[in-house]
Write a protein that binds this ligand. Structure first.
Ligand SMILES: O=C(O)CCC(=O)C(=O)O
Length: 251
C-alpha cells in the first residue's frame, strides 16, 4: 500500500482543528545543552546570539548543540553525493528518503509537491540510529533540505500530516552553516521565538507540537555558506504492507 505524507503549508487547510488538546511534551528534558537555546521574542541580534542561561522557550523543543561527531565531513559527503533536486519554485535543495516505499507530498491544491523515496545514503544511517536511540522509536522518514546560501529559506509550516506519527518528536539535525529557526504558536502568530541551529546540532520538536506550532527557516540576513538539515519523522503504519527499502550506496 502506498500512502502519501502531506505536510501542511501555512494558509492552507490543515487537520489541526480540534487536535490541540493532545498531550504535548514540554521542555522537561532541559539540560545544560538546553540552556544554550536563545529564547526571545524581540529580535535583537544580541539576544539572538546569546546563550540565555535559565531562560526557557515556550516552544516545546529541546536542543543539543553537539549531536554529530564530525559534522563537517558529513556535510561534505551529503552535499556532494546526494542527488539533490531543486524544484523551480522551491528556494532550497531537497532530498527525500524513507525506510519503506512510501511517497511524500506536501501542500494542497496547485501547491502539492510529491517526492518518491530515494536511497538512504550510508552516511545517514549512524545519524538515523542515534536519533532513534535518543527518541526511543524508529524514525522511518528523512527529508533533507539543502540551503545553498543566505537567500535559501523555508516558509512557515507545520509537519502535521495524518501520515506522520504525532506521538513522536520530529528531529532536525543540522550540518553546515549555522541558521536560525523560528517558532510561533497557532494561537498567537505574532509571538515568534528564535533558536540558532548550529553545525552538528540536534533540535527535537516535541510530540504533538505540530498541532499547535509552526516553524520556519528565514533568509539569513547575513552572508553565510550552505547548510543541510535532516528531518527525521516517524511514519504511521510503517511496516504494515509496505515494501522495505534497503540502504544503497549513492555515487
Ligand atoms: O531546515 C530546517 O531546519 C527545517 C526543516 C523543516 O522544517 C522541514 O523539513 O519541514
Amino acid at each position: 500500500m502506498r500512502r502519501s505524507l502531506v505536510r501542511a503549508q501555512v494558509g492552507e487547510p490543515t487537520k489541526r482543528n480540534g487536535k490541540c488538546n493532545r498531550q504535548r511534551l514540554t521542555c522537561d528534558k532541559h539540560t545544560a545543552n538546553c540552556n544554550s537555546m536563545a529564547a526571545n521574542r524581540n529580535s535583537s541580534e544580541s539576544n539572538r546570539n546569546s546563550n540565555l542561561k535559565g531562560v526557557a522557550m515556550k516552544a516545546p523543543v529541546t536542543y543539543d548543540a553537539s549531536f554529530v561527531a564530525n559534522p563537517d565531513a558529513l556535510f561534505t559527503t551529503l552535499w556532494n553525493e546526494l542527488e539533490w533536486e531543486r524544484r523551480a519554485d522551491a528556494p532550497r535543495r531537497e532530498y527525500y528518503c524513507n525506510d519503506v516505499d512510501v511517497p511524500y507530498a506536501y501542500g494542497t491544491g496547485s501547491y502539492v509537491r510529491e517526492y518518491l523515496p530515494r536511497p538512504m545514503h550510508p552516511a545517514l544511517l549512524p545519524i538515523k540510529a542515534a536519533v532513534e536511540a535518543r527518541i526511543g522509536s524508529p524514525m522511518e522518514v528523512c527529508f533533507l533540505n539543502g540551503y545553498e546560501d543566505a537567500r535559501d529559506q523555508l516558509g512557515w509550516h507545520a509537519d502535521d500530516s495524518d501520515s506522520m506519527r504525532d506521538d513522536l518528536p520530529i528531529a532536525i539535525v543540522t550540518v553546515g552553516a549555522r541558521r536560525e529557526i523560528m517558532f510561533r504558536p497557532n494561537i498567537n502568530t505574532l509571538e515568534i521565538e528564535r533558536l540558532w541551529l548550529d553545525n552538528g546540532s540536534l533540535c527535537l520538536m516535541a510530540a504533538g507540537m505540530q498541532d499547535a506550532w509552526q516553524h520556519k527557516i528565514p533568509k539569513a540576513g547575513f552572508a553565510c555558506g550552505p547548510r543541510i538539515s535532516m528531518t527525521f519523522r516517524g511514519l504511521m503504519l510503517a511496516g504494515k504492507g509496505m515494501t522495505k527499502l534497503s540502504a544503497a550506496a549513492v555515487a
